[in-house]
Design a protein around this ligand. Structure first.
Ligand SMILES: Nc1ncnc2c1ncn2[C@@H]1O[C@H](COP(=O)(O)OP(=O)(O)O)[C@@H](O)[C@H]1O
Ligand SMILES: [Mg+2]
Length: 203
């Protein structure tokens, strides 16, 4: 779905514009950790915790942003459930395709992400579910599917970021290399949109 690519790039963009960032690999695939190693180490800490006790193991930064790459909710619901206990914002990554629409909104054999977010309210300190935003990725230039998917999603009550992540060869290969100037592209625009919407704040 593009989770690791988006999450790693967003973490770099946040770091570049001055946030204190710590990245968490909460996926059994260890893909984010592998990326960090391939890059010779990200310029911020990358820690690993892919367990059902994430929420009690992790003390979040008081003065920065913890960015978590969560394993796919279809296969690892316990990871998402635990992270959702303490998350201030949940981002769902998808391509504007019917395949991803079905995976997000009507999976046949797993709990829909919206149900997982809603049920997190019962176990959160404030008894309120965190905000959820959809980030459309792998978007091809000049295709109708983006607008159509945005309408489909917003009609179904989803929040969708205005910024979309384009399909690009360098993003396709990103997880094998170090990241330079993430903030100068769409991920920088995403950080600005999140700030403008009050979804993240400095300090
Ligand atoms: N913006 C993008 N443009 C082109 N390819 C992308 C983009 N983002 C992700 N990909 C590709 O999509 C696939 C899944 O990405 P990945 O980040 O590993 O997803 P996940 O963590 O959800 O499994 C990979 O082959 C990756 O290279
Ligand atoms: Mg991944």
């Amino acid at each position: 779905m593009g989770k690791t690519t988006d999450t790693g790039m967003m973490a770099h963009a946040l770091h570049e514009v001055g946030y204190q960032v710590r990245a968490w690999d909460a996926d059994e695939s260890e893909h984010l950790t592998q990326w960090s190693e391939a890059a010779g180490g990200f310029p911020f800490p990358v820690e690993r915790n892919a367990t059902a006790t994430f929420s009690t193991d992790v003390t979040t930064l008081s003065n920065g942003v913890d960015v978590v790459d969560v394993g796919h909710t279809e296969n690892h619901p316990h990871l998402a459930d635990s992270v959702l206990k303490i998350a201030d914002l949940a981002i769902v990554h998808m391509e504007p395709s019917m395949a991803d629409w079905q995976r997000v909104t009507q999976p046949r054999t797993s709990t829909p992400i919206r149900d997982m977010v809603e049920r997190s309210a019962y176990v959160r300190a404030d008894r309120k579910a965190p905000p959820v935003w959809i980030l459309l990725n792998r978007v091809r230039a000049g295709v109708r599917s983006v607008g159509e998917m945005r309408t489909l999603l917003t009609d179904a009550g989803w929040n969708v970021f205005t910024v979309v992540i384009p399909a690009r060869e360098e993003l396709k290969q990103a997880t094998g290399f170090d990241v330079v100037r993430a903030a100068s592209g769409p991920f920088g625009e995403l950080v600005t949109e999140m700030e403008n919407k009050g979804l993240i704040k400095r300090g």
